[in-house]
Design a protein around this ligand. Structure first.
Ligand SMILES: Nc1ncnc2c1ncn2[C@@H]1O[C@H](COP(=O)(O)OP(=O)(O)OP(=O)(O)O)[C@@H](O)[C@H]1O
Length: 578
């Protein structure tokens, strides 16, 4: 049974055991709800005795008050056990599920995030987990509990009187068949509802991310109209889904109630024919109304139980994504990066890099240049294993990067991206991200080297100013300097600079280049730049065009050749003097 729960609901062993316990306690609650009925029947039996001429009642009101109190305590404990075993265990399982999904996401290659919609991934971690949390705390154990208690009570009723037993029970399979028969239909409608909700979430996220461009292009009206349409579709899908579920559930609940009518009819007939006594008849009437209560509740949650399949599948699919693995303990021989006939494609049959071979040596600056879209950033990201090459090999210090755990590998890298990402925190903390253990003084020193001082002094609280979401209070050049400060603070042996100084004016770029010269001593530097002036002092230039290395060598040598590098330098000099 535990294996069934684990497989069916993707639970941990503890989660499956807790679901089993929760189901048993739910059944216990259902049984305990029969106790007041038993007491009532006992009381009725006593009260009927004098009327039937069977003598006086044997027990006084005190006995019944005592029994009622005991039943109250039993009910309390059963409910308490059910609550603690279901709710607390479900929340614990949910936390494990969320953490394990987040752990998977952390280890997934960036290729996954390029293919998958981020709103959808967020929805899986938050929305789907919440949906499962609700189903496993409010519906699934109750369903199994109701099945268990109904089976036991049904056996008792059939044993007591099979005719009235059948009159009580025939409605149960009919009601459930009605709901189960419509499962495919309900799931189809609910899947459409899910899809509509996901499109809404996508729309909102896209709108928030692109609000600046929407305003700049005066597209607000059109965008909001699109978003409105998505909301309307989600609303329609929700109404449709709820209508269908409500119709089916109330229909099935009405069928259940028919059972009461059939007991009245069958029992009444048996009573008239003298084939049963009044007490048994009353017992069946009361038992029927009690029996249907948990079943009726379960029916109202059956749509939720069917729906469990959808979020479960989505989560299983996410959990099954191949993660980037690798060893954490490795000894590198220096920090040379070697690209050996590397090919890569973001999408099948659309190669971005082909036959790329070069060596970025430790202690040297290797500059990647070339036309936009040539594959420079892609090559740098492959070196840091943000993606894995489709074919060929990239090594760092003689080790294939794909054999090294991505997080362990990234400890050797300090990276400054073109699109800087900052957090809504102070300048100090944003820089400290480079090295969590750095003292304030170390952070300030890195900030001074990356020329942050001059703009930080102008901020209201200096280094303690909170810079807004993604550094919204800062200019592009200022954000870039913070990112460089992080890299300086990290002081890693390999430095990747992707247009690191592109947002700076010429004067600041020159100053920063001098600071960077000190930083990059003895390190492996892979630098991407569009300004030829920036890479003029590099030890080696690699020209990438259309995914191929079209020229490689020291800048002075390349200048002597009639090739793309000389043309780019000439073009930019012309542009500057013109
Ligand atoms: N995440 C991605 N998913 C799919 N395609 C991508 C992705 N990133 C880049 N590309 C594509 O790969 C090709 C190379 O892009 P890349 O950014 O490496 O070029 P680049 O030489 O660095 O360009 P630029 O100088 O403009 O930054 C381009 O055609 C680009 O559209």
């Amino acid at each position: 049974m535990l294996k069934f729960f684990q497989r069916q609901f993707a639970l941990t062993e503890t989660g499956a055991r807790d679901l089993g316990k929760g189901s048993l306690y739910s059944a216990l609650v259902n049984f305990s709800l029969m106790l007041p009925v038993g007491l009532f029947i006992l009381l009725l039996n006593e009260l009927l005795k004098p009327l039937m001429g069977e003598g006086l009642p044997e027990h006084g009101p005190l006995t019944y008050a005592f029994l009622a109190a005991v039943i109250g305590i039993v009910l309390f404990f059963c409910h308490y056990l059910q609550y603690s075993s279901i709710f607390l265990a479900t929340y614990a399982e949910s936390a494990v599920r969320r953490i394990s999904l987040a752990e998977t996401l952390r280890r997934l290659p960036l290729a996954f995030f390029g293919k998958r919609d981020l709103a959808d991934v967020t929805n899986t971690i938050m929305g789907d987990c919440t949906a499962l949390e609700h189903a496993f705390s409010h519906a699934v154990p109750q369903l199994f509990g109701a099945i268990l208690s109904t089976l036991v009570i049904a056996a008792g009723l059939l044993y007591a009187d099979w005719r009235m037993g059948l009159a009580v029970l025939w409605v149960v399979p009919v009601a459930f068949l009605l709901i189960i028969g419509s499962k495919y239909w309900q799931n189809k409608v609910e899947r459409r509802h899910y899809q509509a909700k996901r499109l809404c979430a996508d729309g909102i996220q896209e709108c928030l991310e692109t609000i600046r461009d929407i305003k700049a292009c005066v597209m607000k009206e059109r965008y909001l109209a699109d978003l409105d349409e998505k909301f309307d579709q989600a609303e329609q899908a929700q109404i449709h889904s709820e209508l269908i579920t409500a119709t089916l559930v109330t229909g099935a609940q009405a069928v259940l109630r028919l059972g009461l009518a059939s007991v009245v009819l069958v029992g009444g007939q048996l009573l008239l024919e003298g084939k049963t006594d009044l007490l048994t008849y009353l017992v069946f009437l009361v038992a029927a109304s009690r029996l249907y209560e948990p079943l009726s509740q379960t029916l109202s949650q059956i749509a939720e139980i069917f729906m469990v399949e959808i979020p479960l599948k989505r989560m299983q699919e996410l959990a099954a994504q191949p993660v980037q693995a690798g060893e954490t303990g490795h000894t590198l021989q220096g920090y040379d990066i070697v690209f050996d006939r590397v090919a890569f494609a973001y999408h099948e049959n659309e190669p971005v890099l082909q036959e790329v071979s070069f060596v970025a040596r430790q202690g040297e600056v290797t500059a990647l240049v070339g036309p936009s879209g040539g594959g420079k950033s892609t090559a740098a990201k492959l070196a840091a294993r943000f993606w894995d090459a489709t074919s060929g090999r990239i090594t760092l210090g003689g080790h294939d990067v794909t054999a090294i755990d991505p997080e362990a590998l990234l400890r050797h890298y300090a990276i400054v991206f073109q699109d800087v990402l900052l957090f809504n925190d102070t300048v100090l903390e944003n820089i400290r991200l480079g090295k969590r253990s750095a003292t304030d003084e170390e952070v300030r020193e890195a900030a001074r080297m990356s020329l942050c001082d001059e703009f930080v002094e102008r901020l209201p609280q200096g280094y303690h100013t909170v810079i807004g979401e993604n550094g919204s209070l800062l200019s592009g050049g200022e954000r870039q300097r913070i990112s460089i400060a992080r890299a300086i603070l990290k002081n890693a042996p390999v430095i990747l600079l992707d247009e690191a100084t592109a947002s700076l004016d010429v004067e600041n770029e020159t100053k920063l280049q001098m600071a960077l010269t000190a930083l990059i001593k003895d390190k492996t530097v892979l630098m991407i730049a569009h300004r030829m002036r920036t890479v003029a002092t590099a030890d080696q230039i690699i020209v990438l065009d259309g995914g191929y290395v079209v020229q490689a060598g020291p800048p002075d040598k390349l200048l002597q050749q009639d090739g793309p590098y000389r043309r780019m330098v000439a073009l930019q000099s012309e542009h500057m003097s013109g």
